[in-house]
Design a binder for this molecule. Structure first.
Ligand code: URA
Length: 231
């Protein structure tokens, strides 16, 4: 339950100060069509209509998005194009607005999660949770011998890091293609792991994070996570 004035500002309709005039004007009703009269009234967002329409995502926004290559996971207009340019603009009016769970490099495509749920964001980003992430990589040269064992060993030290990479699962799928599963998110980690062994990553695509699979979600589109996937 949430106060009506909080609801109107949290879901991006107006400021908390403006909320009283929205309520006084009869713009906010129950599903029975009867207007609420007091901005401090407590309501369940799923049972409210604003200007006749249900509140979108009354339980919050937690989605999987298929990021195309070329878009930055950033709010900085200097870095356009941004992934947020491909998402409904009204999401960014909400307080809090959904944020990405970690980031993908501009040139990486594939699965990125977004959520406005602080607990979810914490669970999926805290290093101790070790959420596995799976990437498909294409490199510029044949893989050196022993790469699977090296990545699995937990001893690979990347330059300017103070700890080795955690054991990672490399599956070689072609002479220059592989999938790599890692459970951490050091800066440019996948590209740096391959580069440390003489392979430049030409294309990188994330297919999976924890229990969430990108599946056939088309590039540039999003879908809600199921309750099972959120857990
Ligand atoms: N590792 C990288 O190098 N880039 C990404 O975008 C994600 C993981």
């Amino acid at each position: 339950m949430i106060r009506l004035d909080q609801l109107l500002s949290r879901y991006g309709y107006c400021s908390r100060r403006e909320a009283a005039s929205w309520v006084n004007a009869g713009a906010v009703t129950g599903i029975n069509g009867l207007p609420f009269r007091r901005p401090d009234e407590k309501v369940d967002p799923a049972t409210v209509l604003v200007e006749g329409h249900p509140v979108p995502f009354p339980g919050g926004i937690t989605v999987a998005f298929h990021k195309p290559a070329g878009y930055a996971c950033s709010h900085n207009p200097a870095e356009t194009p941004l992934i947020y340019d491909l998402l409904p603009p009204e999401w960014m009016q909400r307080h809090p607005a959904p944020e990405t769970v970690g980031r993908l490099d501009r040139e990486t495509s594939g699965l990125i999660l977004l959520s406005d749920d602080g607990d979810f964001l914490h669970r999926w980003t805290a290093p101790r949770h070790e959420v596995p992430k799976v990437y498909e990589a294409t490199v510029d040269t044949d893989f050196p011998l022993g790469l699977v064992e090296l990545f699995a060993s937990g001893t690979l030290m990347l330059r300017s890091e103070d700890r080795p990479c955690r054991p990672a699962i490399l599956k070689i799928t072609g002479s220059r293609t592989a999938t790599l599963q890692i459970t951490e998110g050091k800066y440019h980690q996948v590209r740096r792991m391959f580069a440390s062994q003489g392979c430049t990553v030409k294309a990188l695509h994330r297919t999976r994070a924890g229990s969430v699979d990108l599946g056939k979600l088309p590039s540039g589109e999003w879908r809600k996570l199921t309750a099972q996937e959120r857990d």
